[in-house]
Each structure stands twice: as structure tokens, then as C-alpha cells.
Write a protein that binds this ligand. Structure first.
Ligand SMILES: Nc1ncnc2c1ncn2[C@@H]1O[C@H](COP(=O)(O)OP(=O)(O)OP(=O)(O)O)[C@@H](O)[C@H]1O
Length: 311
């Protein structure tokens, strides 16, 4: 008998994931579904739990399901890369949930649960992920949606360090911490020169705001940063935003949710399977919104590496 294994991020969506999961358990028990659940106790725990489940229960696993946001599916995929025969699923219960936008997961959490239950015996679909190495970190990391450096990574850092965040989360205004950080970084961020190698072609860009390497179109909570990206084509879409004023960046910010920002001449897009980014200036790097280190960074497509239980 095979089981569904759920890894629940107790902190995702400001605690929303845990509340949802309590109701989901009732539904699973009413339907007599065989499952086990595990709760995260600290950051990176979802990755450890996934790896332990993969190694201990290998032949008993129907699928491993991440319950949380983009950080949770990021960690679960990092834990499951050595078990490519195991299907991975996702229940969107975080604050952003870009994974569900780009990988055809039902948007409503209970619809996602019902989809998983109904299709649990089905074969998964193979998707690309990215493998990355950053300066000073010996172990490779994997990302499912995007990797980025510059302005957006600086915003992630400031949001996470914000003393106000905990308080704002408590009164359900956590996203204000993010907006506050965007504005603080917008007026203080120093533009940098960046050199990017895309499949052995080297390109130099001046006054760069940020570079994003996308495996799927969405990032940052619904921004359609790389409208043509596909997680099945064996290629990344690289977006470079450079040489534009702070005011024009705000304008870009308003258009990016519809994917209409690509008309601006300051936004350049390339496709490639092997990317490296470097700069003379210290620049932070995020993978799926989680800070992973600093430049230089390399990213390589791992074609059809993970089997997702998605539509
Ligand atoms: N028990 C825990 N205590 C503290 N942090 C945790 C715990 N469990 C997981 N985390 C961390 O929570 C972070 C946020 O998780 P996640 O990104 O899934 O949720 P979110 O921020 O609400 O959603 P999204 O990224 O989609 O906006 C991750 O960096 C993860 O490492």
C-alpha cells in the first residue's frame, strides 16, 4: 500500500498553511486516504524532511506534497532531487504561490488537494529545474521557478530582516513589510555593471537593476517577468533590467503583472541553458525568493529532472 506524504510549512502564509492543513486532514480522513504528514520546525526543515522521506519510504511513496508557498516547494524539490522516480505535488498555501501559476496547479488550496487525491495513482509529468552554484557555497542548489540577483534579492533580504515584519504578520499586514522594503531599496539601491555568459556568449551590461533567470513566467507574487518561459523547453529565459531611472522602474513594476514590460528598450531577454553572472560589486542572489548567497553564480538547466503531479 502506497501513501501520500505531506510536508506542511507551519509558517507559510503567516500561519495560513497550518490552518488549512487542519481542515484538509479532516477531508482526507473522511475519504479514508492513506497519508502521513510532517510539520516544519525551522527554515530548511522541509528539505530535510523530504530527503528523509525519500530515503526511508522510497517504495511506499505515492507522492510527496509540499503544503506552503514558493519557499516550501523550493525546499521540497531540493530534498527530492535524488529520488527522481517520486512524484512531487503542491498545495498553494503561502503568500505568493508563483509555483502554482507557472506549473498548472489549481489555485485554490482545496481544489489542489482534490486534484492530488483524484490523480494520485497517475504518472507524474517531467519538468525542468535549475541547478545553481553560488560563490562560497560548495553544495549545488536547485530552483524550480527562478533565480535572481540585484534589486529583488536586496528587497528579499530587507523584508526578512525587518523588525516590523513579525508585528505586521500578526495583524495580517505582512505584505506591507514587502512594499515598504521595495520603496526603501528603490531609493537607495546602487546600480552595478554585470557580465553575463549565456551558452558561451558573453554580454556586458551597465547600470543593472536586476537579472532574473526564469524557468517559468512568474515570480515575486504574480509578476509575469518572463512571459515566454516554459519549464519544459530545456531553456531558461534571462531578463536583464538596466539603464533606466527610478521613476521608469516604477512604471515597469506596474506593467510587469500583465507581462507588458517587455516593450521597454531597457528590458532585454535571452534564452539559454547554461548561464553565468558576475560583477565587480557585491550582489546578493536568490533562488525561488530564498537568499542563497552572492555573485558569481552559475545556473544550468536540468532537463526533465523532476516528476510533478500537476494538471
Ligand atoms: N517552522 C518554521 N519556522 C520558521 N521558518 C520556517 C519554518 N518552516 C519553514 N520556514 C521558512 O518559511 C519560509 C517561507 O516559506 P514559504 O515561501 O513557503 O511561504 P510564504 O513566504 O508565505 O509564501 P511565498 O514564498 O509563496 O510568498 C521559508 O524560507 C522556510 O524556510
Amino acid at each position: 500500500m502506497k501513501l501520500l506524504f505531506f510536508i506542511v510549512n507551519t509558517k507559510a502564509g503567516n500561519g495560513k498553511a497550518l490552518k488549512l492543513w487542519e481542515r484538509m486532514k479532516v477531508e482526507l480522513e473522511q475519504q479514508k486516504i492513506n497519508y502521513r504528514s510532517f510539520y516544519t520546525k525551522y527554515p530548511t526543515h522541509a528539505e530535510e524532511l523530504a530527503r528523509q522521506i525519500g530515503s526511508m519510504f522510497d517504495d511506499k511513496i505515492e507522492a510527496v506534497i509540499a503544503v506552503g508557498g514558493d519557499g516550501t516547494i523550493h525546499e521540497v524539490v531540493n530534498g527530492m532531487v535524488d529520488y527522481p522516480q517520486v512524484k512531487v505535488g503542491y498545495i498553494p498555501a503561502g503568500s505568493g504561490n508563483d509555483f502554482s501559476r507557472g506549473f498548472s496547479v489549481p489555485k485554490a488550496p482545496f481544489d489542489a488537494l482534490r486534484f492530488i487525491v483524484k490523480n494520485r495513482h497517475r504518472k507524474g509529468r517531467l519538468f525542468d529545474i535549475g541547478k545553481t552554484r553560488v560563490r562560497g557555497v560548495t553544495k549545488s542548489k536547485y530552483f524550480v521557478s527562478s533565480l535572481g540577483t540585484g534589486f529583488d534579492a536586496a528587497v528579499s533580504k530587507l523584508t526578512n530582516e525587518s523588525k516590523m515584519k513579525k508585528y505586521l504578520n500578526k495583524i495580517k499586514l505582512g505584505s506591507l513589510a514587502y512594499v515598504g522594503a521595495v520603496f526603501r531599496v528603490l531609493f537607495t539601491y546602487k546600480l552595478t555593471d554585470v557580465t553575463i555568459e549565456i551558452d558561451n556568449q558573453t554580454i556586458h551590461y551597465n547600470k543593472v537593476w536586476f537579472v532574473t533567470v526564469s524557468n517559468q513566467p512568474y515570480y515575486g507574487g504574480g509578476m509575469k517577468i518572463a512571459p515566454k518561459a516554459s519549464p519544459r523547453d530545456g531553456l531558461f529565459d534571462v531578463t536583464i533590467v538596466h539603464n533606466l531611472s527610478r521613476i521608469k522602474l516604477l512604471l515597469v513594476f506596474l506593467t510587469v503583472f500583465l507581462g507588458k514590460h517587455t516593450g521597454f528598450k531597457e528590458i532585454v531577454q535571452h534564452k539559454g541553458a547554461k548561464i553565468s553572472i558576475q560583477s565587480n560589486t557585491k550582489m546578493l542572489v536568490h533562488a525561488d525568493g530564498e537568499l542563497v548567497g552572492q555573485l558569481p553564480v552559475q545556473a544550468e538547466v536540468q532537463h526533465q529532472k523532476i516528476s510533478f503531479l500537476v494538471k
